[in-house]
Design a protein around this ligand. Structure first.
Ligand SMILES: Cc1ncc(COP(=O)(O)O)c(C=O)c1O
Length: 401
């Protein structure tokens, strides 16, 4: 059976990190994978997480199985985090949450659930989108279509084209939206634009599926809810995939959640019983550790305040790095207006570098950037800034000459 199998292509993002690890050039820079890095280029464990882990270690008494949907406390805390503790949807029991292994599994479990009841629907993703979105929904059996999102000329949102496309999405189809810190462009919707999208969703009758992988990385935990709150007030039904990989730094602990919102409590409970089946056949029940960390932090005011401080520091570090990068590009004589990089939100920036320039940087300079020109701003440090800017100038000169 295996004799004639040819190798699959390496993963567009994680494959890049592997290539970077194997590169002997001491000046090499990894601007690929979406992982927070501090000024020294490290991805540290948050102090609040270490403290929660110490507490868990000293108090844990069992490694028995988790419930299919995860621990009740975690499920409640996730709902309060994404919607706000006093949101009427929570009081009405219209939300149900499953603890999933990361945001990826939240997307996949949501996709499997939707496939059961919307087998002929298409899933619409932004153009461009996170490299894994198409794969996840295709693996669940969906046809994936694209709606316009990014305008390469203004380096901002292609709002009119996006709204026109979403206005023609058939009722019952599924539209995947990035709640904040759009990956890969860093271009987000304003509150007013979210309201327009939410009105459209309600009028057209398509189902919003919100990917909330970066809550707290945009403008703040509360501010980043704007899209979800607009959709939740306009639409009776939606799905939300949360990831705690970035905002708690729990990348390897695979911690996330799928939240389903329905028109009333009875519909939410019935629909959620099928989400639980999707979990059961995929991985049976979630890994406990990451969820325990999140609950230990969110349920204790002092730990929570410490974590919020650390999250704010990560967000502000990235915003500062954006500014420093734009200024350094100008200082090193890189031609062009890069001010848009300072305006973008979250970890990523659509740099405007073309695929040949990305290739040049990788082959000649050992600078690893995802195809399409997405850079992880957090990978830029005081130690690599000058080499990066000079290399970008060379890449631009090489491609124009
Ligand atoms: C937009 C988006 N969605 C989902 C994920 C998946 O997150 P996780 O690592 O928690 O599975 C990522 C991770 O990079 C992402 O950028």
């Amino acid at each position: 059976m295996f004799r004639d199998i040819t190798p699959a292509p390496p993963d567009a993002i994680l494959g890049l990190t592997e290539a970077w690890k194997n590169d002997p050039n001491p000046s090499k820079i990894n601007l690929g994978a979406g992982v927070f890095k501090d000024a020294k280029g490290r991805t540290p464990i948050l102090e609040s997480v270490k403290d929660a882990e110490a507490h868990i270690l000293s108090t844990a008494s069992t490694k028995s199985y988790m419930p299919i949907a995860g621990a009740p406390e975690y499920r409640r805390l996730v709902q309060e985090m994404i919607l706000g503790a006093d949101h009427p949807i929570l009081a009405a029991n219209r939300a149900q949450t499953a603890h999933t292994p990361g945001g990826t599994a939240a997307l996949r479990v949501g996709a499997d659930f939707l496939k059961k009841f919307a087998s002929n629907a298409a899933v619409w993703v932004s153009s461009p989108t996170w490299a894994n979105h198409k794969g996840v929904f295709q693996a669940a059996g969906f046809a994936v279509k694209e709606y316009p999102y990014y305008d390469p000329v203004s380096k901002g949102l292609a709002l009119d084209k996006m709204l026109a496309a979403l206005d023609s999405v058939p009722a019952g189809d599924i539209v995947l939206l990035h709640a904040c810190c759009h990956n890969p462009t860093g271009v987000d919707l304003t509150a007013g634009q979210w309201a327009e999208v939410a009105t459209l969703a309600a009028r057209r009758g398509w189902m919003p599926f919100l990917d909330f992988a970066y809550q707290g990385y945009g403008d703040g935990l509360q501010e980043d809810r704007a899209g979800l709150l607009a959709l939740a007030s306009a639409c009776p039904e939606l799905l939300v995939a949360s990831s705690f990989s970035k905002n708690f730094g729990l990348y390897q602990d695979r911690t996330g959640a799928l939240t389903l919102i329905a028109a009333d409590a009875a519909q939410a409970a019935a629909a959620f019983s099928h989400v639980e089946i999707a979990v059961r056949v995929n991985y049976s029940n979630p890994p406990a550790h990451g969820g325990l960390i999140v609950s230990t932090i969110l349920s204790d005011p002092a730990r929570r305040a410490k974590w919020e401080g650390e999250l704010t520091a990560m967000r502000e570090h990235i915003a500062r790095t954006r500014r420093t990068f734009v200024d350094a590009l100008a200082h090193h004589g890189v031609p062009g207006d890069f001010e848009f990089i300072a305006r973008q939100k979250g970890m990523f920036s659509f740099s405007g570098l073309t695929d040949p320039q990305v290739r040049y940087l990788r082959e000649k300079k050992s600078i690893y950037i995802v195809g399409g020109g997405r850079i992880n701003v957090a990978g830029i440090t005081p130690g690599n800034l000058e080499y990066l800017c000079c290399s970008i100038r060379e890449a631009l000169e090489a491609s124009s000459g």
